[in-house]
Design a protein around this ligand. Structure first.
Ligand code: FAD
Length: 288
């Protein structure tokens, strides 16, 4: 199918984009890499009168660090994340996650800001962002606000983004150098979304877990933080029994929908298995 006719806008600055968004209200939508939104337009699930392309906003691109955070422009592509020496060195979980997103074509065009803003529970960045304790800068015509990833995702295709707002930056606290990490993802084939995946960040102290985050992809209406699994591990050695207990608690947090990737029992079991694998790999990578 082809989309309904629309007017295309290509602003050169954030303020111009914000003013176009405010001028056209509900009839306008933002375009980033287009890999989620253009298919929706072609299927006519989305029928905007005005499409505001963020592609020429240089201020929304790039990766830099401050003394304690990594700042990523929302229009930075998956490949730019993968190729970043800064991320490879200081935030390898994000590189590992981005490498597993779809295929090379999608990674050339798809952006981190679009992946997060879309609110698709099948997308990988929501879990990665929650595991990394990220926050998002949302700009509006009258200023900006910062929303933590823990509170950003409200439901399937629903986020804290309000009409008239543009996500400009992703801020990630620089993980301590001894942090273990892993993104374990099961997908049926290259280019498919996760059947189930688990993001883990882990710190150990004196042989016990001092800090852990476990976040599940595509087994609920949003990325799910497995809080009970995290709590059961904290303060304990990460041995086989503890990993098994955490995997079981993570499975209890799952609420997947049945689809072509599997039924509820299978997806729940795979979320448990991804959690086991992610915890084992994160433990091997944590220097303690
Ligand atoms: C075949 C295929 C397989 C895929 N597999 C995966 C996968 O395994 N894992 C995965 O994570 N993703 C996957 N994707 C999705 C892909 O990563 C998309 O690129 C991503 O979901 C959206 O990013 P985008 O830059 O293309 O945004 P767009 O499609 O342009 O926009 C998506 C939505 O976000 C809004 N938006 C975009 N940028 C902003 C912003 N800065 N501020 C506010 N709103 C904004 C748009 O208005 C739109 O509603 C796949 C896509 C395809 C086509």
């Amino acid at each position: 199918m082809i989309p309904r006719p629309f007017e295309y806008h290509s602003p050169r600055s954030l303020s111009e984009a914000l003013s176009l968004l405010s001028q056209h209200g509900d009839t306008a939508k933002l375009l980033a890499g287009g890999h989620s939104f253009l298919p929706m337009m072609k299927l006519r699930f989305a029928q905007p009168d005005h499409l505001i392309d963020l592609g020429k906003l240089a201020e929304l691109k790039g990766i830099r660090e401050t003394h304690d955070e990594i700042i990523i422009g929302a229009m930075t592509t998956e490949n730019e994340l993968i190729w970043s020496a800064l991320l490879q060195q200081k935030c390898p979980l994000l590189v590992e996650g981005a490498r597993q997103i779809s295929d090379p074509q999608v990674r050339y065009r798809g952006t981190i800001g679009g992946d997060i803003s879309h609110g698709d529970p099948g997308n990988d960045h929501p879990s990665l962002m929650i595991a990394l304790g990220a926050s998002f800068v949302l700009a509006g015509e009258h200023g900006q606000r910062v929303v933590h990833a823990d509170h950003f995702f409200l439901g399937t295709y629903m986020t804290q983004l309000e009409a008239g707002e543009i996500m400009t930056e992703i801020r990630i606290p620089i993980p301590a150098a001894d942090t273990g990490y892993c993104y374990a993802k099961l997908k049926r084939k290259t280019g498919d979304f996760a059947t189930a995946a688990t993001a883990v960040t882990l710190r150990m102290q004196d042989g016990a877990v001092s800090d852990v985050r476990i976040v599940l992809t595509n087994v609920g209406p949003t990325a799910l933080r497995a809080v009970d699994a995290e709590q059961t591990l904290t303060g304990k050695a990460l041995d086989d029994d503890a990993i098994e207990q955490a995997a079981r608690l993570a499975m209890l947090a799952c609420e997947p929908a049945e689809d072509l990737r599997g039924d509820i029992d299978y997806k729940t079991a795979m979320a448990g298995e991804m959690t086991r694998r992610a915890l084992r790999t994160a433990l091997a990578r944590a220097t303690h």
